[in-house]
Design a protein around this ligand. Structure first.
Ligand SMILES: O=P(O)(O)OC[C@H]1O[C@H](OP(=O)(O)OP(=O)(O)O)[C@H](O)[C@@H]1O
Ligand code: HPA
Ligand SMILES: [Mg+2]
Length: 181
């Protein structure tokens, strides 16, 4: 598995330190509140687990499974709900947790949906931001790292469902995806 990686962009230690830093910021942000932390499956799973363990406020966790990439390296543009939330969002302070914002289509779809469902507030924390990929106007409130215009894998991010269990963020060797995007 590690052999398929051309370059490690963000190490395991850098990710851990960033999760601690973001966890502290979230603790301040939600002091005295009871936010609903929403993990966007599947990619956000490792980041959600790590960042929330460094928060020191009461919060509720829920999950939404949406998918728009399938086996492609570019968004299909169509966001499909695979699993909806269990919790009601009306009147709640929402914290959406993402692994990456690329085109922004997934998050703009979710933000619109949660506004329609009458959330009291909506904030976004993302581990990675790839501004070069953006087609929808969306910005996170908290960002871990900015990544260049490359398809990244690891720590939740997949290429055809593989590499999510890598402990770091890396770039695949071109021969793994046939050298074309
Ligand atoms: O900003 P965007 O261009 O919408 O891309 C970001 C989204 O794409 C990936 O999810 P994907 O749809 O691949 O599902 P997955 O998390 O199950 O891999 C990623 O985890 C984000 O949720
Ligand atoms: O760079 C990426 N890697 C993996 N999944 C993704 N989903 C959006 N962008 C990416
Ligand atoms: Mg994916």
């Amino acid at each position: 598995m590690h052999n398929d990686i051309k370059e490690v962009l963000i190490s395991e230690e850098e990710i851990r330190n960033k999760c601690k830093e973001l966890g502290k910021q979230l603790t301040k942000e939600y002091d005295g509140k009871f936010p609903l932390a929403i993990g966007v499956l599947k990619g956000a799973m490792p980041f959600m687990s790590d960042v929330l363990r460094y928060t020191e406020v009461h919060l509720e966790m829920d999950f939404m499974d949406v998918s728009s990439y399938g086996s492609e390296m570019r968004s299909s543009g169509e966001v499909k709900i695979v699993k909806d939330l269990d919790a009601k969002v009306e009147g709640r302070d929402l914290l959406i947790i993402e692994d990456i914002i690329d085109s922004g289509l997934t998050l703009s779809y979710l933000v619109d949906l949660f506004k329609y469902r009458k959330a009291n507030s909506i904030k976004i924390v993302t581990l990675l931001d790839k501004p070069s990929g953006r087609t929808a106007a969306i910005k996170a409130d908290l960002i871990g790292f900015e990544v260049p215009d490359e398809f990244v894998v690891g720590y939740g991010l997949d290429y055809i469902e593989k590499y999510r269990n890598l402990p770091y963020i890396g770039v695949l060797k071109p021969e793994i995806y046939g050298g074309v995007e």
